[in-house]
Design a protein around this ligand. Structure first.
Ligand code: CA
Length: 229
């Protein structure tokens, strides 16, 4: 499944190179030339990952990282920091501000893609191609197939994304707003009750194998995927 990756880099040539390579790897790249521009973009929709240059005009990469981590809505967004400095102290500083990984310039596209993959696998498993299998319910992002106890289940595209997110974040409760951010990528332009509509459709689709019971309503909090009763 393609991840939406926001690339914050002020040097156009490097920006192009990174974005081009991420697109080649099957991702969707969003470009920002400054931290200010990136903040505006993040306000509208949450990316699956941010690739952030340390040295930016205006607000620095570090300041931007701090702002992301200080806001409850954006604190979970995975972050890879790009730095031209090889200094160990700076790397440490970068990790302390909440970066999940860092790359020292110059780096190869292959190295960047490997780091992106590793961070997504760890922090945003719904944005990877790994198959998920919980309590007889199987979801395969590559073939876009879902089976319940071995029998195929028919899901619409939104229900598929919703189930993928919930299965990769089992046992955690998500509010409607969080689900809009994570699954629709947008908390501004979609109404909260849209979530309820798709949860209903998802349960209906999982009914044939009895897996609809794994989609649990947590009163006044949201929804949770759990094989436990
Ligand atoms: Ca720069």
């Amino acid at each position: 499944m393609a991840a939406t990756i926001l690339v914050v880099e002020d040097e156009p040539a490097i920006q192009e190179l990174i974005s081009y390579n991420l697109e080649l790897a099957g991702h969707h790249a969003l470009k920002a030339q400054s931290a200010e521009e990136a903040l505006d973009m993040v306000r509208t929709a949450l990316p699956d990952l941010v690739v952030l240059d340390w040295m930016l005009p205006g607000m620095s990469g570090i300041e931007f990282a701090r702002k992301l981590r200080a806001d409850k809505r954006t604190q979970g967004v995975p972050l890879i920091l790009l730095t031209a400095r090889a200094d160990e102290r700076d790397k440490l500083h970068g990790l302390e501000t909440g970066a999940d990984d860092y790359l020292t310039k110059p780096f190869s596209p292959r190295e960047l893609n490997a780091r992106v993959k590793a961070v997504l696998r760890r922090r945003a498993p719904q944005a990877t191609d790994d198959a998920v299998d919980i309590a007889g319910l199987k979801l395969d992002p590559v073939s876009h197939r879902v089976t319940g106890n071995g029998s195929p289940l028919a899901l619409g595209p939104t229900e598929f994304r919703l189930l993928h997110f919930l299965m990769t974040h089992a046992e955690r409760v998500y509010s409607r707003t969080q689900l809009l951010d994570q699954v629709w990528g947008d908390h501004v332009f979609v109404e909260e009750r849209t979530v309820d509509v798709h949860i209903r459709r998802l349960r209906k689709a999982l009914e044939p194998s009895g897996h609809d019971r794994l989609i649990q309503t947590v009163r006044s909090a949201g929804y949770r995927f759990s094989p436990a009763a």
